[in-house]
Write a new protein. Sequence first.
Length: 309
Amino acid sequence: MIRLLSLHFTRHLQVFFSSLGRMVRHPGSTIMTTCMLGITLALPGGLYVFLQNLNKASVNWSDQARVSIYLQPGTGLSDAEQLAREIEQEKIVASVQLVDPDKALQEFNRQSRLGNALDLLSENPLPYTLVVTPSVDTVEKDQLQIFMETVRQYKLVNYARMDLRWLQRLHALTVLAIRAVLLIGALLCIAVALIVSNTIRLDIFNRQDEIDIISRVGGTGGFIRRPFLYSGCLQGILGALVAVALIEFGLQIVAGPIHRLVGLYHSDFQLHGPSFWMSLGILLTGGGLGWLASRITLHIHLRRLLPAP
């Protein structure tokens, strides 16, 4: 049993290197096919990486999103603290920060650069402010709007402002983009299969005499199919390697401008390339599509010459 398995493994290894050697001996067609497969696989892979980075960035923006609640002028510190504790009990609230009017005026003076102009004010016009951080999982829900309506009912609340609607639109667009990427990915996977299928079909036609001789001397269908299956699988894997390289190269090109852009917003967002598992998934997808396309092509073009497997 062990000897049989060893012979079987040796035979597969021989066919693997034989198929690899045949591809090396025809570098022109191999490079052309590999580049076509790489570009085709890189398109959905690159879009998926872009959406992953967009999701991570939107989560960071959600964490930085705030709801500002301005209290009525003349509200005392104890009343403001009591209201902050009440609002903090809401389920959708992650935290509440009470901003002192004096500190708020100092911050406004620092950012506005008005110099001594604010010293002309007889009193501080700024009220106590509550800065509410909502939970990230409430950004896409109507609960946040209900929370705003509830907050506005408090007698001590003068004005409440929410800047999350643009983020809700971003999430909706992201969901739409994900579905579009899935559709494009499915179509491009079909394109990959067609490219491999056409390459295997041409290889079959070029080796008709060899196939006929092997069939006449007693070669089985599996023996004849095996080199083509390995060839298709290898083409898919090499194309997937090119796709991963193209994605990394594309990210390196846009990394500089993106870092400068996020730096203008004082964000610590970092651009991430494809993970190990995603790269492995691209390789398996490329190899699997190559094998499947070869299998179907062999079934179509050899079914009249060879017995069914």
